[in-house]
Design a protein around this ligand. Structure first.
Ligand code: ADP
Length: 259
């Protein structure tokens, strides 16, 4: 039941009473659940055909099935990119439905922060180079050990770095770093890109929100999912950004207890 109270005022303006409306939201919640189930089912059903498509395109692009003309290669490269995008959207939708069903399972263990940053940089180095961007990693001595789900953190870092690559013009730099802060670790991905208009800096973490006019193919779930996962770890996530100068996305994670 969703309660809503409205005060009633006397002619002198004093509170003389109140109305209390109780609305039965069972059906609404049921609808939300159905919607969530539908999204999860559709996303799940898309996975197998996307995998087959990717495999078929891969075999063609690598010329396993025969030589390609330049035109064919161009078309197949475009098809491959679209497939990657579809895969990301489907993965995001599945994550979203898990989050909404309260089913984010974390597999926490002690893990070195520097190793996670190095791995993210290694995975993204080629894409950064292709975009004409430098990629640096800075981690303190002595090393910091997190208590976190390494796969989830890796996904968040990958997401932040791929956003940074997308929104930074050639010649720029993406800097990954970690530092201790108030008994936690603060991880950061900083770029020298477009930046984010001030009025949108908090909204980019909302579900399905994308900066108006942004025509790169996502659906606006990446940062929402990232923040939910950080919060499930007991951390926080935010951005500091100066339009035209760049953005620094940061998040905090708990440290593993020594010994
Ligand atoms: P998507 O998954 O569609 O990329 P995100 O949640 O990752 O969505 O990002 C939401 C919006 O935030 C994007 O539409 C983009 O406009 C903005 N954004 C994210 N990262 C950056 C960045 N590094 N620089 C500038 N804008 C960014």
């Amino acid at each position: 039941l969703l309660p809503r109270a409205t005060p009633l005022y006397s002619e002198e303006g004093a509170v003389a009473g109140a109305t209390l409306v109780l609305q039965d939201v069972t059906r609404l919640m049921r609808f939300d659940e159905l919607k969530n189930d539908l999204v999860a089912t559709v996303a799940h059903e898309f996975r197998t055909p996307i995998t087959s498509l990717r495999m078929a395109i891969h075999l063609c692009v690598e010329e396993v099935v025969g030589p390609l003309t330049e035109k064919q290669a161009d078309l197949l490269h475009a098809a491959r990119e679209d497939c990657e995008r579809l895969q990301t959207i489907v993965d995001d939708l599945l994550d979203l439905s898990r989050i909404q069903a309260g089913r984010v399972e974390l597999h926490r263990r002690p893990v070195g922060a520097a190793a996670l940053l190095d791995e993210a940089a290694r995975a993204m180095r080629q894409a950064a180079q292709a975009a004409g961007l430098g990629l640096t990693v800075e981690a303190p001595e002595p090393p910091l050990t997190l208590s976190a789900d390494p796969e989830r953190v890796q996904l968040i870092l990958g997401n932040l770095v791929s956003n940074a690559i997308r929104y930074t013009p050639p010649g720029g730099t993406i800097a990954l770093s970690v530092a201790p802060e108030d008994g936690l670790a603060r991880l950061q991905v900083k770029d020298t890109g477009a930046g984010i208009p001030r009025e949108h800096q908090e909204r980019i973490f909302e579900k399905f929100f994308r900066v108006p006019g942004d025509r790169s193919g996502g659906v606006g779930l990446g940062l929402y999912i990232a923040r939910e996962i950080v919060q499930a770890h007991g951390g926080e996530m935010g951005v500091e950004s100066e339009p035209g100068q760049g953005s620094a996305f940061w998040f905090t994670l708990p440290l593993a207890r020594e010994g």
